[in-house]
Write a protein that binds this ligand. Structure first.
Ligand SMILES: Cc1cc2nc3c(=O)[nH]c(=O)nc-3n(C[C@H](O)[C@H](O)[C@H](O)COP(=O)(O)OP(=O)(O)OC[C@H]3O[C@@H](n4cnc5c(N)ncnc54)[C@H](O)[C@@H]3O)c2cc1C
Length: 465
């Protein structure tokens, strides 16, 4: 079907941006509108956006931009990978391991007998990297946070609240910080307290398995590009890559989309599912005054970085498939060996190991060079795992995404826009829109569903008029 200006039969829906938000919007729109002509456009050659991989020029293998993990409470993510025909996409890890500075490993896991929210209490009580007083005040703090209505917490800083609620420096450094910085991606001073509450309630309190880690069992590119394309084409959703949307004009209930160096498209409805900075640029090209309040909100969002370090080693140095390090720059280490071995060009020897190291809110690392970052991380690995001292690094990648997510700073919830806009037929998706979730795969997927549903609601109310 021709969808350009030369044959101006408009498509029913054009989605701009093939990250998780765009893919999820497309699948939900198809579920709601089996007969629509739906087109998903993406500026790069691959789908998946930030949850994607690039190709190693030497081995031709996928390398993930950065390790991604979900949690057991990410119900939309779990449904989404099912919709992609990939229920095998994630490995479920029912415990969280922490390596203390004294070399001892402690584990948080659910009791076999206690219901949520008490199921984690016994393993919290056994943690050796916190003193009894740390644990007592931590328990009090978590309870108070969970029992306070979120509206009372919005706009407040996590760091100030922890200090004024008797949290000890050690429990802040070894429990509040590792959990919240990994989940929300900014320093405690820059986190909104209501967002912090949501992390603990959803993952630790609400259900018994909310805290389980969901670790991808395959490269992100295989899951969110190859498998996603297959699922989209089975659903008769047209995917067009290398389509960089530059501007949109709206004219007589139709949107005319201009793509760099390509034919223009005409669509009845649009979902913009790009990162927030691009969305703001595209919205400005429409020259609609009603959109000014939205672009002003979007422009208040601030970026926060994540650094991922991938190491392929000639031997196994880390006996854990995933573990958090305490009191170090390194936050999480994931064993990526199995996922790497799925690929034909894998250079790992039989007893080699592939590790992905993640540093969220990596403001300080982001200012360092690649070699300086490697030096910091390798030194920490040598201390944590003595085998590292005699190992050889076969390949290494350091990827810092400077705008990995928006910073969920105090007051953030009043800045994130809703999926609907004042322009009929124009909707927004992306992890930065109002989802009630942080900037995560879960948030992005929910945003796509929200946008498709908001579009359907407005289509129904138009028909009623
Ligand atoms: C380093 C890093 C680590 C992370 N770790 C985790 C994690 O462990 N767990 C987790 O849940 N989340 C994690 N995240 C966050 C997660 O990746 C994002 O929240 C999610 O992928 C965002 O999806 P999205 O679709 O909203 O945006 P994006 O993934 O940014 O997708 C937007 C798409 O729009 C395309 N686009 C941009 N401009 C245009 C244009 N003009 N025309 C057409 N297309 C355009 C882009 O190429 C992109 O594909 C991490 C992110 C990063 C960067």
């Amino acid at each position: 079907m021709n969808i350009t200006d030369n044959n101006p039969k408009p498509m029913d829906l054009c989605i701009i941006g093939g990250g998780l938000a765009g893919i999820s919007a497309a699948l939900e729109a198809r579920r709601l509108h089996p007969d629509w002509h739906i087109v998903l456009t993406e500026s790069r050659s691959r789908l998946g956006g930030r949850a994607g991989s690039f190709i190693d020029p030497k081995t031709k293998n996928w390398v993930d931009n950065c390790q991604h993990v979900g949690l057991g409470c990410c119900s939309a993510l779990i449904d989404f990978v099912d919709r992609l025909g990939s229920p095998d996409a994630f490995r479920r890890v029912p415990e969280l391991k922490f390596l203390g500075p004294d070399g001892r490993v402690d584990t948080i896991k659910g009791s076999a007998f206690l219901p949520a929210p008490l199921h984690l209490a016994p393993s919290f009580a056994r943690l050796r990297f916190l003193s009894n007083w740390d644990k007592f005040t931590l328990g009090f703090g978590l309870l108070k946070l969970a029992l306070t209505p979120p509206n009372w917490l919005r706009g407040k800083s996590v760091a100030k609240w922890l200090k004024s609620n008797g949290q000890t420096p050690r429990s802040i450094k070894r429990m509040w910080e590792p959990v919240l910085v990994s989940a929300l991606n900014d320093d405690l001073e820059r986190l909104d307290l209501a967002n912090a509450r949501q992390v603990f309630v959803e993952s630790f309190f609400k259900t018994r398995d909310g805290f389980h880690l969901l670790v991808p069992a395959m490269p992100l590119g295989e899951l969110f590009d190859e498998r996603a394309r297959l699922a989209l084409s089975t659903q008769q959703i047209e995917v067009i890559c290398n389509m960089n949307c530059q501007s949109i004009q709206s004219h007589e209930n139709r949107f005319h989309l201009q793509f760099r160096g390509k034919d223009n498209f005409i669509a009845k409805r649009i979902i913009i599912a790009t990162p927030w900075t691009t969305a703001s640029e595209i919205l400005k090209t429409m020259n609609e005054v009603e959109l000014n309040p939205i672009t002003e909100l979007i422009n208040q969002l601030k970026p926060s970085p994540i650094t991922g370090i991938h190491l392929q080693l000639d031997r196994r140095i880390c006996p854990h498939s995933e573990i958090a390090l305490l009191d170090t720059t390194t936050q999480w280490i994931f064993d990526h060996t199995e996922a790497d071995r799925r690929q034909a060009g894998c250079i790992l020897p039989a007893d080699g190991q592939s590790l992905h190291i993640v540093v969220s809110a990596s403001h300080e690392l982001a200012r360092k060079s690649r070699d300086e970052i490697l030096e910091v991380i390798i030194e920490e690995l040598k201390t944590a795992f003595p085998e590292m001292q005699s190992s050889t690094i076969l390949s290494s990648w350091v990827v810092t995404e400077h705008a990995a997510t928006f910073s969920p700073s105090p007051g953030i919830d009043s800045i994130r826009p809703t999926p609907s806009t004042p322009i009929k037929g124009l909707f927004l998706a992306g992890d930065w829109t109002q989802t009630g979730w942080p900037a995560t795969m879960e948030g992005a997927i929910r945003s796509g569903i929200n946008a498709a549903q908001a579009m359907t609601d407005s289509t129904i109310s138009d028909h009623k008029l």
